[in-house]
Design a protein around this ligand. Sequence first.
Ligand SMILES: [Zn+2]
Length: 96
Amino acid sequence: MCAGPGCTQPITARPTGRPARFCSTACRVKAHRQRERDRAPLTAEVDHGSASSRGRRPELAWLVRLRRADRSVIVAIGLSRTAADHLAEQIADLLD
Ligand SMILES: [Zn+2]
C-alpha cells in the first residue's frame, strides 16, 4: 500500500530495483511536507485576537495559540496580557 498520508492506493510491484513507496508524485510530496511539519518545534504564542475580541474589552482580548509549522490551534482567548504570558510560559515549560 502507498505510504502517502491518508492514501490507500495499492503499489504495483516493479520488476526490478527498489520497491516503490508511493503511488504518485503527489503522495511523495505530501509525505515530505508531513515529515517537515512533524519535525518543526511546537511553540506557544501570545497574540492579540482582533476577530475573536468582538464584545470583549481590548485589554481582555489576548489569546494563546499552539503552533507547529503552518498549523496552529487556539487554546485560550479573552485573557489579559499578563494571564496570556503566564499561560504561554507554563505551556513552554511543559513542552521543554
Ligand atoms: Zn498514494
